[in-house]
Write a protein that binds this ligand. Structure first.
Ligand SMILES: NC(=O)CC[C@H](N)C(=O)O
Length: 503
């Protein structure tokens, strides 16, 4: 190829926030879908994600779920280039570092900061590759983009936008209050050459009559000299990773239940991971679901779920310290249905050994003993996209774990057909002889509506076979609606101009 034929690197638009959880991920997803519908090849990108909600790419590599969702919305295959650095917190001050989809080790926050240059270079190289393969990259920032103390070592906000010569859209959250201070303050904290990158402001999570906010937009434009690109009404029709974290950050517990339907509870473990597993249950009309963080009377619940955990033994110790263990065992003894996914499956077993300390200090902990299985933690980590059957119903899911679990009683829960596109021909999980306790490594098991129908029927909850689309079909519809919402409320001309490098 001679130089003239060489494609110019894709333009980048960066979606940054005035704080954490202001809705960057949803805006990024909406823009990915919008530009894909315009016929562009778009890739999402977040240099560094801190999350225990991860997923698996078709090559069997691990990355943040938010970027997997965004890739799906963009109609492209998820790739670790879209999230080259993933930090999975395993304690207050440490994380497992996943680099380009593979575990690179466990780091304390202090040690991590010392290696930031290396991570920046890896992330920048990933971005270069994405820019070479796509027409447009929508970059998402992390937290507040104006953390002055972190700016010099930053790898995910303005330093990356500078590297990519990206135009920046600044998202502020009016719901949490102080939106004017958020915008003015953020811009005031930025050095001029960063502030100049901000091409407009999006006011997110508005509730009420938007026309009454016109004065507010005018004020921001006057004060900051930046256009307000739109005011987005709070959009509750779309769920994505961190957007939902409020349900687990401030679990409403039983107070969120109406008491008119059979109810299930998910235990909000301190190191909960992959809570997106339960979104399909949240959306079922036949049941109510809540997250519980402290032990309580469980007699009104039809089922109890123990979710995944980034630190299974610590969470198990927590269940014992708080008295949850006795409650769970009592619930099960009285015939209540208990299900565990991944770390929750390990917790329901008899024993968890970690001889090498791959998750915290080396040691062994007795499990709750409700399933005849035992787990040993060891590297390498399993990361697969899997196809399986549950009671003959086919589903797809993914497995992400260090632990290996062996079963010596009961029966297996799912037949695994394929892992990472290769025939598997084995099984996973366990159903206890009583039939009321089950566990599996299969994340996403509830994504297939027919499996949820079957499982609820087993529990004795009457369900009509679900007619609504599940899994990918349902998500594709949701992305379409989100793109429409984005176009309806944002000024698309300036945003389209950014994509062309004409802003
Ligand atoms: N996602 C999970 O629940 C992981 C379980 C456990 N921490 C393991 O790695 O094996």
């Amino acid at each position: 190829m001679n130089k003239a034929d060489k494609k110019k690197p894709a333009r980048c638009i960066a979606v940054f926030g005035t704080g954490s959880d202001v809705g960057k991920s949803v805006v990024t997803t909406g823009l990915c879908r919008h530009f894909a519908e315009q016929g562009l090849k778009v890739a999402p990108y977040k240099a560094q994600n801190m999350s225990n909600n991860s997923g698996v790419t078709p090559e069997g590599l691990e990355m943040g779920r938010a970027q997997i969702i965004q890739a799906e919305a963009a109609g492209v295959v998820p790739s670790v280039l879209m999230n080259p650095v993933l930090l999975k917190p395993t304690g207050e001050t440490g994380s497992q570092v996943v680099l380009m989809g593979k575990v690179d080790g466990d780091e304390s926050a202090a040690a991590y900061h010392k290696k930031k240059e290396r991570y920046f270079n890896i992330a920048a190289e990933a971005l270069d590759r994405l820019r070479a393969e796509n027409d447009l990259v929508i970059m998402e920032g992390a937290g507040s983009c104006a953390e002055v103390n972190l700016m010099a070592g930053d790898i995910v906000n303005f330093r990356m936008a500078d590297y990519a010569d990206a135009d920046v859209i600044l998202v502020a959250d009016i719901h949490r209050g102080g939106v004017f201070g958020q915008v003015v303050g953020t811009l005031a904290c930025l050095p001029d050459h960063y502030a100049e990158r901000v091409k407009g402001v999006v006011i997110n999570r508005f509730r009420g009559d938007i026309s009454l906010f016109q004065d507010g937009c005018d004020w921001i434009e006057d004060k900051c000299g930046k256009p307000v690109l739109g005011v987005l009404p709070w959009y509750r029709d779309f769920h994505i990773g961190s957007e939902d974290s409020v349900v687990i950050e401030q679990p409403q517990g039983r107070s969120s239940l109406t008491g008119t339907k059979p109810a299930g509870a998910v235990i909000r473990l301190p190191f909960i991971s992959n809570f997106t597993d339960f979104e399909p249950l949240m959306q079922r009309d036949e049941i109510e679901l809540c997250y519980l963080d402290r032990p309580c009377d469980l007699s009104e619940f039809a089922f109890l779920i123990i979710p995944g955990s980034k630190n299974t033994r610590k969470d198990l110790a927590w269940l014992k310290e708080t008295g949850w263990d006795a409650r769970i065992k009592d619930f099960s003894r009285k015939g209540g249905h208990v299900a565990g996914i991944c770390g929750g499956y390990q917790i329901l077993g008899e024993k968890i050994e970690d001889p090498q300390g791959v998750e915290g200090a080396a040691g062994t902990e007795d499990g709750l003993g409700l399933l005849p299985v035992a787990t040993v933690m060891k590297a390498p980590k399993t990361t697969t996209l899997s196809r399986f059957t549950y009671k003959g119903i086919e589903g797809s899911g993914y497995e992400i774990h260090m632990g290996t679990t062996s079963r010596h009683g009961g029966e297996s829960l799912v037949e695994v057909l394929e892992r990472n596109s290769l025939p598997a021909g084995d099984n996973d999980g366990c159903r206890a002889p009583s039939g009321t306790v089950m566990g599996t490594y299969m994340h996403g098991i509830f994504d297939t509506p027919a499996i949820v129908d079957s499982w609820l029927a087993e529990i004795g909850i009457a369900v009509a076979p679900s007619k609504t689309a599940g899994g990918l079909d349902a998500r594709l519809e949701a992305y379409g609606r989100l793109a429409e919402h984005t176009r309806t409320h944002l000024a698309m001309d300036p945003i389209n101009a950014m994509a062309k490098g004409e802003a």
